[in-house]
Design a protein around this ligand. Structure first.
Ligand SMILES: [Zn+2]
Length: 193
């Protein structure tokens, strides 16, 4: 792939304050995805192609939080600063925002789970997705796998993702799993060529 075409959309996964340095669930080097994603954002804006952004949008008593016996510290509670997109990302006002994880008793790593993402993509005529964001080994992984199951062509923006790496090598393993599912790794240099 070295050009965009109608039917392409950029899908930014969960780039939210709580996953960035200073957040309640800060992912190592997560801030590096922001300048990387900015380049893709500008490209899509210039081409007037759709931009989607998913966000964790949890109720305060979400099942994934420690106090409820879940695996994560409290994070991305709806309407709080931690759930907001960072201002540095400069998401355009035209961005279609998809909230997930809104059900207190359901985890939702995938942006497609319990959300209108698939319908909204179809309504925009999207057939091919360029996907980046946070985190490689959880929400990016599950979003990419669901996108492939739903029949989208998927390009994984390998220079615009970061992993949690609860276990070392979780990130590389997740990238391998996404490629096995049919996602094509893509770097900025290849796209701009
Ligand atoms: Zn969450």
């Amino acid at each position: 792939m070295n050009y965009l075409r109608p039917g392409d959309a950029l899908l930014i996964v969960d780039v939210q304050n709580d996953f960035l340095p200073g957040g309640t669930l800060a992912i190592p080097r997560s801030q590096d995805v922001i300048p990387a994603l900015r380049r893709y954002l500008e490209l899509f804006l210039d081409a007037n192609f759709p931009i989607f952004a998913t966000r964790d949008w949890h109720p305060p008593d979400h099942c994934s939080f420690y106090p409820r016996g879940g695996p994560w510290p409290t994070h991305c509670v709806a309407q709080t600063y931690g759930a907001q997109f960072p201002s540095e990302l400069q998401l355009p006002s035209s961005t279609i925002v998809i909230s997930k994880g809104t059900d207190p008793v359901q985890e939702a790593y995938s942006g497609f789970q319990g959300s209108p993402l698939h319908e909204r993509l179809r309504a925009s005529g999207v057939t091919r997705l360029l996907i980046g964001g946070l985190a490689t080994d959880y929400c990016v992984l599950e979003t990419v796998k669901d996108a492939r199951l739903l029949g989208y062509e998927v390009y994984l923006l390998v220079d615009a993702i970061q992993a949690v790496n609860v276990v070392p090598e979780d990130g590389p393993r997740a990238e391998e799993a996404m490629v096995s599912a049919g996602a094509v790794p893509l770097r900025w240099e290849q796209l701009a060529a």
